[in-house]
Write a protein that binds this ligand. Structure first.
Ligand SMILES: Cc1ncc(COP(=O)(O)O)c(C=O)c1O
Length: 368
């Protein structure tokens, strides 16, 4: 028997979430963001649920090849563009659209020999200070690109640092939006600004632009958790991580649990040992109290997460025993659900990190 842990990918949830993206941005086209191997789901597994998007956006050239190998003939956008000059050959061969965020990438294009002009997305640094031309350098970059025979259509792009921010924090998208509007005023070309948080929270046509770039919301995680959860945004989990109980212990008051004896029972209790640990991608820093479902009933972890096991309080699930189903995140039995964001929040991280961190050793099944 293999270890009982498995991950499930829910294709129907992708369809639902994609429909939600379209509802939120009815006049825009949709990039399905599938970087990091479709946020840990596997590009090939996510493809069926996401092929109704208008394009796929990603970073890695090998991932772009995989999308083309699946038969996708539509737009593919490299969100960070090329990493070295020879990447342009693959862009020409696979017809990849690419971001241009620095002058070196323009130099490489100027030296590139190509029959078909490239479609590029010129990126503005609107305050995040990762990638992109600063506002005062943006128009010169646009003019340089416009003058190159290697370049066809030029689209305009930025990325928000604070689209998920609570308005009371004083942060948000206003300054970035104003910077984008000023830097791009009068320039032709399609616009793309919005990630999931902007798509869900800031429903203005000028934010949605011509293309929204929907990442995390496609995967059933709320970009602004814990302000809002997936029930609020009507999103559905695309990944379930589940396992089984492989042992049960009866503790007396004063008994301790796991490495470091980090949990002490204050009364007699049953605990279940589940076959899932940090080597499966469960967060090692999840403290006692992290939510988990046993047979669909909500309970909590106790003690430290170890490499292959976690320990669960069985008090709310008195019938549970060896073989009982444990839902680490996603869809549980009997319609129970544990959003990945709740687990991530308890562990001091984000749903993004948990889904991207699903370990290689976990078998994955796709459900229709
Ligand atoms: C440039 C760019 N656009 C869009 C996205 C999608 O963001 P999200 O997953 O928050 O929707 C990302 C992800 O970080 C990104 O880097």
């Amino acid at each position: 028997m293999p270890r009982p842990i498995e991950a499930l990918i829910h294709s129907d949830a992708f369809l639902h979430n994609l429909a939600r993206v379209r509802e939120c941005a009815p006049d825009a086209r949709v990039w399905a963001v599938v970087k990091a191997d479709a946020y840990g789901h596997g590009i090939e597994r996510a493809y069926d649920g996401l092929r109704g998007a208008d394009g796929f956006a990603l970073l890695d050239l090998a991932e772009a090849e995989r999308v083309r190998a699946l038969g996708w003939r539509g737009p593919v956008l490299l969100l960070e563009g090329t990493f070295e000059p020879r990447d342009l050959e693959l862009c020409s061969r696979l017809d990849l659209w690419h971001t241009v965020h620095c002058s070196e990438q323009i130099d490489w294009l100027a030296a590139h020999k190509t029959q078909a002009p490239h479609r590029v997305f010129l990126k503005l640094n609107s305050g995040m200070n990762r990638l992109g031309f600063r506002p005062q350098a943006f128009r010169a970059a646009w003019s340089r690109l416009d003058a190159l025979p290697q370049v066809g259509e030029i689209s305009l792009m930025t990325h928000f640092a604070d689209a998920d921010a609570d308005p009371s924090s004083g942060r948000g998208i206003d300054a970035a939006l104003a910077a984008f509007d000023t830097a791009t005023a009068g320039l032709p070309g399609e616009r793309t600004l919005a990630n999931s948080a902007a798509t869900l929270r800031h429903r203005l046509p000028r934010v949605a632009g011509d293309w929204v770039r929907a990442g995390i919301m496609s995967y059933g995680s709320a970009p602004d958790h814990p302000q809002h959860d997936i029930a609020h945004w009507n999103l559905r989990p695309t990944m379930t991580l589940r396992t089984k109980l492989i042992a049960v212990q009866h503790l007396a008051a004063g008994d301790r649990v796991g490495y470091g004896s980090a949990f002490t029972a204050d009364a007699p209790m049953r605990i279940g040992i589940a076959a899932c640990g940090y080597a499966d991608g469960y967060p090692r820093l999840a403290p006692t109290g992290t939510p988990v479902l046993v047979d669909g009933l909500r309970t909590r972890t106790v003690g430290r997460v170890s490499m292959d096991m976690i320990t669960l309080d069985l008090t709310p699930a008195p019938q549970a025993g060896i073989g009982s189903e444990v839902t680490l995140w996603g869809e549980g039995p009997h319609g129970a659900r544990l959003p990945i964001d709740e687990v991530a929040h308890a562990a001091g991280t984000l749903g993004y990190e948990l889904m991207c961190g699903l370990a290689q050793r976990v078998p994955v099944r796709t459900l229709g």
